[in-house]
Write a protein that binds this ligand. Sequence first.
Ligand code: GNR
Ligand code: NI
Length: 182
Amino acid sequence: MALLRILETPDPVLRQISTPVEKVDDELRTLIEDMFETMYDAPGIGLAAVQVGVPKRLLVMDLQEPENPDDPESPPVKEPRVFINPEILSHSDHDVPYTEGCLSVPDQYAEVMRPDRIRARWLDEQGESHEEDLDGLLAVCLQHEMDHLEGVLFIDHLSKLKRDMVLKKLAKTRKERGLRAA
Ligand code: GNR
Ligand code: NI
């Protein structure tokens, strides 16, 4: 098990287009384990391989939703999911807003519009194929992660004005952090 370093914008690796996974083997499963460890540590609800410097079409996810939906403080249910070579087969024509964040754009949040339902196909860590209709946060998160496979960040969905605001805030946060660390 190992914690991996998460790349942050403007690292050019985040702009690479990830290539298909050719073989689901033990080497890949080790990377998947390390990605889960890194994602839970961050903490985040999803992580694409390219975010840890491996531009392959692989992502991990765990929404870590509270056991009791009426009590946000109740312990999260662990539901790790692995998506290898994911494809979106179709999507609804109804877009909904969701306030997104990204471990590669730390501590910045903005509303992004995406289709509320998608039909997706992917391989799991055993190489087995799955096809399912997804909605809610699962659909939002899978679309966010699949953007990473194309070198796209959530800020790319914003107007230039909003994107520049987010990047300015990011620069300010980094500067303040740097001063405090010094
Ligand atoms: O941890 C994350 N939270 C999140 C919230 C709303 C929409 C998408 C996400 S994914 C993000 C982790 C991440 O950057 N994955 O690429
Ligand atoms: Ni992200």
